[in-house]
Design a protein around this ligand. Structure first.
Ligand SMILES: Cc1cc2nc3c(=O)[nH]c(=O)nc-3n(C[C@H](O)[C@H](O)[C@H](O)COP(=O)(O)OP(=O)(O)OC[C@H]3O[C@@H](n4cnc5c(N)ncnc54)[C@H](O)[C@@H]3O)c2cc1C
Length: 227
C-alpha cells in the first residue's frame, strides 16, 4: 500500500506554519478585508492593506517560514510533494496565509520554473525579486478561442523578427495579471506550428510593461471575483 503519511521530518515545519497563521495572519485578516472595502480597483490594494501584509511577511521571514514550497533545491526546504500537501491544506484555510510565507500561486510554479531552467540573467532579474516577495507574477496559458484544457490547442504565436520575439494572441483567466505588483508573465506560445504536435509550443517570459501588452479586465467565476 502507498505510504501517504507526512514524514516526521516535516512535522516541525507544519507546526510552525500553523502557529504563524494563528498568531500573525488570522489576527490581521479582518482588518485587511475591512481596509479593502469599497476600493475603486478591486485588483489593487487600498492604503494600509499591503503594509499589514508586509508585517506578517516580515514575521514569517524572521521565523524562516519562507519559500519552503520549492522541492529539492538550495532555496527551499527540500520538502516532498506529499509533505507539502499537508502544509498546503493549512495554507488554504486563510486566503492570506500563502502570500505571507511567499508560497502563493501562481508565483510558486513560476519560481520553480525559473529556478530549474532559468538563465543566470533571468534568475537575477525575475527569480531574485520573486523569492524576496518583492514582485508577483502570472502564468499565461489559457485562451478564449480554444479549448485550453488541452494545451496543444494554444494558438498565440511568437515569431522571431530581427532578433525580437513578436507575440500575437489573447489570453484569459490569467490569475494575478491585474495585480499592480505583477511584473512578469510566463506565457505559453506557439513557436513551431509545423513541428510535430508536442513540439510546437514554447514558454516565453513577457514583462508586463512590454509595449503591446494590454490587460483588458478581471474575470469572474460563478459570479465571484477570480483570476
Ligand atoms: C479561477 C481560475 C483561475 C485560472 N487561472 C489561470 C491562470 O493563472 N493561467 C492560465 O493560463 N489559465 C488559468 N485558468 C484557466 C484554466 O486553466 C482553464 O479554464 C482550463 O484549462 C480549461 O480550459 P477552458 O476554460 O478553455 O475550457 P475547455 O478546454 O473549453 O473545456 C470546457 C469543457 O469541455 C470539456 N472538453 C474540453 N475538450 C474536450 C474534448 N476534446 N472532448 C470532450 N470534452 C472536452 C472540458 O472537460 C470542460 O468540461 C484559470 C481558470 C479559473 C477558473
Amino acid at each position: 500500500m502507498n505510504q501517504l503519511a507526512m514524514s516526521e521530518k516535516a512535522q516541525p515545519l507544519l507546526d510552525a506554519v500553523i502557529a504563524h497563521i494563528r498568531d500573525n495572519v488570522d489576527p490581521i485578516t479582518e482588518e485587511f478585508h475591512k481596509l479593502g472595502e469599497g476600493r475603486a480597483d478591486r485588483w489593487s490594494h487600498a492604503p494600509g492593506q499591503l503594509e499589514l501584509l508586509e508585517t506578517a511577511k516580515e514575521k514569517a521571514r524572521e521565523s524562516g517560514l519562507w519559500n519552503f514550497f520549492l522541492p529539492d533545491s538550495e532555496t527551499g526546504e527540500g520538502l516532498s510533494n506529499l509533505d507539502y500537501a499537508y502544509i498546503a491544506a493549512e495554507l488554504g484555510k486563510n486566503p492570506l496565509a500563502s502570500e505571507t510565507m511567499n508560497c502563493s500561486a501562481p508565483d510558486t510554479g513560476n519560481m520553480e520554473v525559473l529556478e530549474r531552467i532559468g538563465t543566470a540573467e533571468q534568475k537575477e532579474k525575475w527569480l531574485k525579486p520573486l523569492l524576496a516577495g518583492e514582485i508577483r507574477s502570472a502564468y499565461a496559458m489559457s485562451e478564449p478561442n480554444v479549448a485550453s484544457s488541452d494545451a496543444k490547442n494554444i494558438s498565440t504565436s511568437a515569431v522571431l523578427e530581427n532578433g525580437e520575439w513578436v507575440i500575437n494572441g489573447e489570453k484569459f483567466y490569467i490569475s494575478g495579471a491585474g495585480d499592480p505588483r505583477c511584473k512578469i508573465m510566463i506565457t505559453m506560445v506557439k513557436t513551431s506550428p509545423d513541428a510535430e504536435t508536442f513540439k510546437q509550443q514554447s514558454q516565453i517570459l513577457v514583462p508586463i510593461n512590454t509595449p503591446g501588452v494590454e490587460i483588458l479586465g478581471p474575470m469572474h467565476v460563478f459570479g465571484h471575483d477570480d483570476a
